[in-house]
Design a protein around this ligand. Structure first.
Ligand SMILES: [Fe+2]
Ligand SMILES: [Fe+2]
Length: 216
């Protein structure tokens, strides 16, 4: 249970923020009670080239979750969100599950996290903070749009993954379900549909992320 009554100074906030950023990038994020969905599935054989491709896809998904952390943490800094704070905190924690699951899958596939994570984290944090400043209806609309785009992206990855890679698929399927739920929560909390140029800019930015992280 988070104690809401304690009064935090800006210095406290700064330290909490730095702690969250370091955990996201280099440490152990605070996860929920849920088990890793991949644990229930058996490992399957993949050819060397296929395995490398799979690992790179999972690296993209890992970085996507780093971005999700940046967005939620940046937004938490500036948004008020009195009505939906609790569900948003739960959503942010579920993003930590995603982060941990993708990282563990990456290790199983003998691959590494992206070197660009600090860069994408910082960018997402800034965008999240700006969205939070724009007001609750826009910042919730931003979450909903992000989650919808992530869901479409996950569909694309599910189509690319080998059909027998049950571990990776179990993770992405659970993530997909969670992201759809996060979008619903944000819309029900009063999120407004974003203007088309913003949606397009978000789409182009995420393309840049996926293309760069596949290699770096
Ligand atoms: Fe996620
Ligand atoms: Fe999400």
């Amino acid at each position: 249970m988070v104690m809401k009554s304690r009064h935090y100074t800006s210095a406290d906030d700064l330290m909490i923020g730095i702690d969250q950023a370091l955990r996201t990038l280099f440490g152990q994020p605070q996860v929920t009670e849920r088990p890793n969905p991949a644990d229930a599935e058996a490992e399957t054989e993949q050819g060397e080239e296929q395995r490398l491709h799979t690992a790179r896809l999972m690296r993209i998904n890992h970085t996507g979750e780093v971005c999700a952390q940046g967005l939620y943490q940046g937004q938490a800094l500036t948004a008020r969100l009195p009505e939906v704070r609790e569900s948003m905190e739960r959503a942010a924690q579920e993003e930590n599950d995603h982060l941990a699951w993708c990282e563990s899958r990456l290790k199983q596939l003998d691959n590494r996290k992206s070197y660009l994570n600090p860069f994408w984290y910082a960018g997402s944090f800034t965008i999240g903070a700006i969205a939070g400043l724009a007001g609750d209806k826009w910042s919730l609309g931003f979450v909903a749009e992000t989650e919808h785009q992530v869901t479409a992206h996950l569909d694309d990855h599910l189509a690319q993954l080998p059909t027998n890679d049950d571990k990776s698929r179990a993770i992405l399927n659970q993530m997909r379900e969670d992201e759809l739920h996060h979008a619903t929560v944000a819309l029900e909390g009063g999120g407004a549909p974003l203007p088309a140029p913003i949606k397009l800019a978000m789409n182009l930015t995420s393309k840049l992320m996926t293309k760069s992280v596949y290699w770096i």
